[in-house]
Ligand binder design. Structure first.
Ligand code: KMH
Ligand code: ZN
Length: 279
């Protein structure tokens, strides 16, 4: 079976060390967790950077320093979040790609997100997608609802994206995202363009079941303390590597080896070649 790309989402925008004292928030803690997640089988780390008070920030210097510390610790692919945090204005969030990570998320639609508003204005999303093309920062499209795919395909038709797309199906954001159900997952997966690299992200208590289902369907999967702070009801996560080891175990039970950094590099590398060829 094809290798499974395992991504570790180390910190996220919402939790604090009060929610789980093991949450990595400083650049040094994030780099150490990235190394441990890599050693456990993750080929990509999804990173929200935090300021010295532990708050989400789009500060490019902090993003560059965090990325550099990760790259010094291990060869994992760094995917910076342009979602950053709900309290950060879109234009500031978009600026984080100036840190020129290998990958960054592209949230294609605005939505209610938990108790707040997650603003992704269409023209801003188009400008960000264009800037990512210019910088050869590979976009990871975050789809929180079935209709978000329509916007992603519009960006592709407008020449703002190149194929194969990298897509995350984000299930279970309450309130505002599509429910974490097999029906919703299958509805989006069936409409993805052929050749799309896709992963399942599942927020909260369905994290393991839904990501396991994504692996069983031949997709990739994400885990990490951004998505779940507990291993099971009442059992807090000790660290991100623990979640990665659990998901790698599921992949191997399904006869899928975790993809190596080199395998993912080959996949991502072709994106840069297509950009250079003016795809
Ligand atoms: N910032 C959250 C509201 C991303 O990483 O780009 C959603 C998020 C998406 O975390
Ligand atoms: Zn995120």
């Amino acid at each position: 079976m094809n290798p499974a790309i395992i991504t570790a989402a180390l910190t996220g925008p919402i939790a604090t060390t009060r929610d789980n004292p093991n949450l990595p928030v400083t650049p040094e803690q994030i780099a150490a967790e990235a190394k441990a997640a890599y050693d456990a089988g993750a080929a990509v780390v999804h990173v929200h950077v935090r300021d010295e008070d532990g708050n989400p920030t789009a500060d490019v210097a902090v993003a560059e320093r965090t990325t550099r510390l990760i790259e010094e610790a291990c060869p994992v692919h760094v995917q910076l979040s342009t979602g950053v945090g709900l309290s950060v204005p879109f234009e500031d969030r978009a600026g984080i790609v100036e840190a020129r990570p290998r990958m960054a998320t592209l949230n294609v639609c605005s939505m209610t997100f938990g108790g707040g508003e997650f603003r992704n204005p269409p023209e801003g999303v188009r400008r960000l997608a264009a800037r990512m093309r210019e910088l050869d920062v590979i976009p990871e499209l975050e789809l929180y609802d079935t209709g978000h795919l329509d916007m992603a395909l519009s960006l592709l038709e407008e020449g703002l994206l190149v194929e194969p797309l990298n897509v995350s199906l984000v299930l279970g954001v309450r309130h505002g995202g599509m429910a974490a159900t097999p029906e919703n997952m299958l509805k989006v997966v069936r409409e993805l363009p052929a050749g799309t690299a896709w992963q399942v992200i599942a927020i909260g208590r369905t994290n393991l079941q839904m990501t396991a289902m994504g692996l069983a369907l031949g997709g990739n999967a994400r885990t990490g303390m951004e998505d779940t702070l507990t291993l099971r009801r009442g059992v807090p996560v000790s660290n991100n590597a623990e979640l990665v080891r659990r998901l790698v175990g599921v992949a191997r039970a399904l006869e899928r080896e975790p993809a190596t950094v080199e395998e993912v590099g080959t996949l991502l590398g072709s994106h840069s070649e297509r950009l250079a060829a003016g795809a």
